[in-house]
Design a binder for this molecule. Structure first.
Ligand code: FAD
Length: 414
């Protein structure tokens, strides 16, 4: 009978998945999961607006990995071992059926994150994982014999053969301190997946309006994204903004979240096609007011604001729209410039860009390259994905790989 002891630090998605994988693969290993807080899986509970966007319906490893501004290369091989279809099968074989929404996000058919929590808790208990709450690890050292000595918040000490750190994103560097104390480097943390604050009153007046596809870019940087946009009381949100915030997490932090955002409201029309469209309106409806004749798919309210922002008076008819007016309108429709003054957290999903440096981790086993017996999983790593289930998939995949490796590990090395 093995007396190997594995400790998992962190009772989130990655920690649970790793603990279950380890205990189910090697029932003779004693797995203990220590959670610092008063609740397990608290982020799973609030995720996806309480519905838990478990993963994304994209089943090719390289294509899936392209959704990670940090971690893309490192994740390709892990996804070949455990990808979205494995997540779907894992949950379905345990009674949690998932459904796919039009945009590819996958949720439990119950539309309740509690279903996912019940499943993970049930599996962990059934596999014999020892689950403890309110027991955070304060300090970890690796002894010369290869064992880890852990000091807990309540002053108790614990000893284990292998340690998995799945303590979540380090919003502040102190949250990555266990990894640092064991010899690792942290890429500095900055937020990812945030929305943009604007002062422009006309945007705020349009709160609630959404546009199916715009192209957004930040002049002076290579940042550019296309997708649905949502106008809000504070500025701009929606997939295109979240995408830009994720790819530009470091650059936009460097700009202190003050920059010019350029929007093309009609990206499906080239400049010439748009000029021709305006010209044809002059010819076909000369007596109509410009402000009342939106170009689809722009809504009437948004069109009106864009026409006004182009400096075209409300009583201008198409026949009277000057060449300069047409130029201004084209500029406004395809090169609107808005000043972003700050960021807000996206309430549906946010993650930390930064964390344990990926070159220091072996992605076959999730084991540290610097400290044998130490493993990592989840958002603690310098991995973050776009919104849509990619962040949980990184937690499931790295947790599963770490759990398998912990189950199969040989005796501790000195
Ligand atoms: C509001 C919100 C909604 C989200 N919705 C989605 C979604 O729908 N889909 C998606 O893919 N992603 C979503 N995300 C992102 C996703 O929740 C995270 O990427 C994911 O939870 C990371 O899992 P993790 O296990 O690495 O970390 P966490 O879930 O953060 O878990 C880490 C755990 O470790 C504990 N811990 C920390 N330090 C210690 C210590 N020293 N000792 C012991 N325990 C410790 C923490 O208390 C915590 O419980 C959302 C995030 C937020 C904030």
């Amino acid at each position: 009978m093995s007396s190997r002891r594995v400790v998992v630090a962190g009772g989130g998605a990655a920690g649970f998945f790793a603990a279950i994988a380890c205990a189910q693969t090697a029932p003779d290993v004693a797995v203990t999961l220590l959670e610092k807080g008063p609740q397990f899986l608290s982020k799973v509970r609030i995720s996806g607006g309480g519905r838990c966007n478990v993963t994304h319906a994209c089943f090719e490893a390289r294509e899936f990995a392209a959704h990670y501004p940090r971690g893309e290369q490192a994740l390709i091989a892990p996804f070949r071992s455990f990808q979205a279809s494995d997540t779907v099968a894992w949950f379905e074989s345990r009674g949690v059926k998932l459904k796919t929404e039009r945009d590819g996000r996958m949720f439990p058919t119950t539309d309740s994150s509690q279903t996912v929590i019940d499943c993970l808790l049930g599996e962990a208990k059934a596999a014999g994982v020892k689950l403890t709450l309110n027991r955070g690890i304060e300090c970890a050292t690796r002894r010369p014999d290869g064992h880890f000595e852990l000091r807990l918040a309540d002053g108790e000490t614990l000893d284990c053969d292998s340690l998995l750190l799945a303590t979540g994103g380090c919003r502040v560097p102190a949250l990555g301190q266990l990894a640092v104390s064991l010899g690792h480097t942290l890429e500095p943390p900055v937020p990812s997946l945030f929305t943009f604050h604007l002062e422009a009153p006309w945007v705020r007046e349009l709160a609630g309006v959404s546009v199916e596809a715009v192209e957004a870019s930040v002049p002076g940087t290579g940042l550019r994204a296309r997708g649905p946009l949502l106008l809000t009381h504070w500025g701009l949100s929606g997939p295109v903004i979240l995408r830009l915030s994720a790819w530009g997490a470091r650059e936009l932090h460097g700009l202190d979240y003050r920059f010019t955002l350029r929007l093309n409201w009609l990206p499906h029309l080239g400049a010439e096609a748009l000029a021709a469209e305006l010209q044809s309106r002059r010819a076909s409806q000369p007596a109509r007011f410009v402000v009342n004749t939106p170009i689809p798919p722009l809504t009437a309210r948004l069109w009106e604001q864009l026409v006004r922002a182009a400096g075209i008076p409300g009583d201008t008819r198409w026949a009277a729209l000057s060449r300069a007016g047409r130029h201004q309108l084209v500029q406004q429709l395809q090169r609107s410039e808005l000043q972003v003054t700050d960021k807000s957290l996206n309430k549906d999903e946010f993650v930390t860009c930064g964390g344990v440096c990926l070159s220091e981790v072996n992605f076959k086993t999730m084991e540290s390259r610097l400290c044998p017996g130490l493993h990592f999983a989840g958002e603690l790593l310098d991995i973050d994905g776009l919104t849509g289930g990619f962040n949980f998939q990184a937690a499931w995949t790295t947790g599963w790989l770490a759990g398998q490796a912990l189950a199969n590990a040989s005796r501790p090395r000195g």
